[in-house]
Design a binder for this molecule. Structure first.
Ligand SMILES: Cc1cc2nc3c(=O)[nH]c(=O)nc-3n(C[C@H](O)[C@H](O)[C@H](O)COP(=O)(O)OP(=O)(O)OC[C@H]3O[C@@H](n4cnc5c(N)ncnc54)[C@H](O)[C@@H]3O)c2cc1C
Length: 344
């Protein structure tokens, strides 16, 4: 078959770019090596949280993140309309909490940093925090509220897959190893000729000399059943974060430089559970549903690699989104589809 654009990689970045390119009139095929239904984008936290994560040292990332956050509202409306799926958008925001005196200093530092960066934050005393989240530990000393958002990753992925289908993207799932030529990709018994290729393979670097350097930073997360909500906000405690979803609670996340090693270490799971339990003792009574692993695609800087290859004019990259791929999705989809459309 022929396509104007082949997208390699069916995570949130590849799918959103494929959808945008198809809705702007190009014929698009997307090739996923493993599975559209289990990768990093599928299992991650889904937080749209540039404020809680803001750092002085990453001004470009903060700017891109806030631009993307502004685009999220239209992106979400269009995605839900086209796909017919809701994506579990929530706006309760984040509560950062301090449990020890040292954490209070860190929170004060975060507050000064936020003020200097011109971000909206609200410092709360222990009583005010507990009014908002009564199940937080009585040990809690102080909190800070950030106006953040979140979506449901499996629902977001389902909506993107459906939006791709409805706009005519040809989706090829579980393709295994493929051969990438100058104007074709081959896998199993299929060959697709293309005018351009977009490489959106997350933490997996393709075998091309010009491919931007990217490495996997493994993140483990624990999923607990939560039949009755024990919190409404995203809670950022010193040693774990808690992300409430409709029927479950995510506890994350480790940061491990161990390549694509699979599995969950007992010690990491224990550290996350203790970190979450110290902030919110009622997690003790929730059933463990599953342990998840993902691989953050981390490049040489905190900014993603977006744009054309320095070698071939028909090769484009969208990789290296690190810990913010979901947040940066609308901004990335817009930018990379502009780059590709201009080349036609
Ligand atoms: C524990 C954890 C929690 C996180 N929480 C958040 C969060 O709350 N908010 C946020 O914004 N971000 C979060 N992130 C980061 C976010 O998940 C990533 O930045 C994002 O998923 C990256 O999307 P992607 O499409 O680039 O990569 P992926 O989702 O990894 O997709 C890349 C796809 O390419 C496929 N592939 C690889 N090689 C090939 C090939 N040669 N051919 C075809 N396909 C190929 C892979 O199988 C994969 O499916 C989190 C990450 C982790 C690990």
């Amino acid at each position: 078959m022929n396509a104007d654009v082949v997208v390699l990689g069916g995570g949130v970045i590849g799918l959103s770019a494929a959808w945008k390119l198809a809705s702007r009139g190009l014929s698009v095929a997307l090739v996923e090596k493993f599975s559209l239904y289990s990768g990093t984008s599928y299992v991650c936290g889904g937080m749209l949280a540039p404020n809680a994560e803001a750092k002085f040292t990453e001004p470009d990332l903060l700017k891109a993140s806030n631009t993307s956050l502004e685009l999220w509202s239209d992106f979400r409306n269009e995605l839900e309309l086209v796909s017919g799926h809701t994506i579990g958008f929530r706006d309760e925001g984040t509560l950062m909490v301090a449990l020890e005196r040292d954490d209070v200093y860190l929170l004060d530092h975060a507050k000064r940093q936020h003020e200097a960066l011109g971000l909206k934050t609200e410092v709360l005393n222990a009583e005010e925090v507990r009014e908002r989240e009564p199940n937080l530990s009585p040990r809690m000393l102080r909190g800070m509220y950030c106006e953040d958002f979140q979506v449901e990753p499996p629902k977001l992925m389902a909506a993107l897959i459906e939006a791709c289908r409805k706009t005519g993207v040809h989706l090829f799932d579980e393709c295994g190893d493929s051969e990438l030529g100058k104007d074709f990709v081959k896998f199993k018994k299929t060959e697709i000729s293309f005018k351009s290729v977009l490489i959106a393979t997350g933490a997996w670097r393709v075998n091309r000399e010009d491919a931007p350097k990217v490495k996997p930073i493994k993140g483990q997360m624990i999923v607990l059943d939560m039949p009755i909500p024990i919190c409404e906000h995203i809670i950022r405690a010193p040693d774990a974060y808690l992300v409430p979803k409709a029927d479950r609670l995510l506890i994350g996340a480790t940061m491990e430089e161990v390549g694509f090693k699979r599995g969950s270490l007992a010690g990491s799971v224990m550290d996350l559970l203790v970190g979450a339990w110290e902030a919110m003792p009622s997690v003790y009574d929730l059933n463990i549903r599953e342990l998840c692993t993902g691989y953050r695609p981390v490049g040489e800087t905190s900014m993603p690699n977006l744009g054309p290859s320095r070698v071939d004019a028909n090769v484009f990259y969208a990789t290296g989104h690190g810990r913010n791929g979901v947040l940066l999705t609308p901004w990335t989809a817009e930018k990379i589809s502009d780059h590709i459309l201009k080349s036609f």
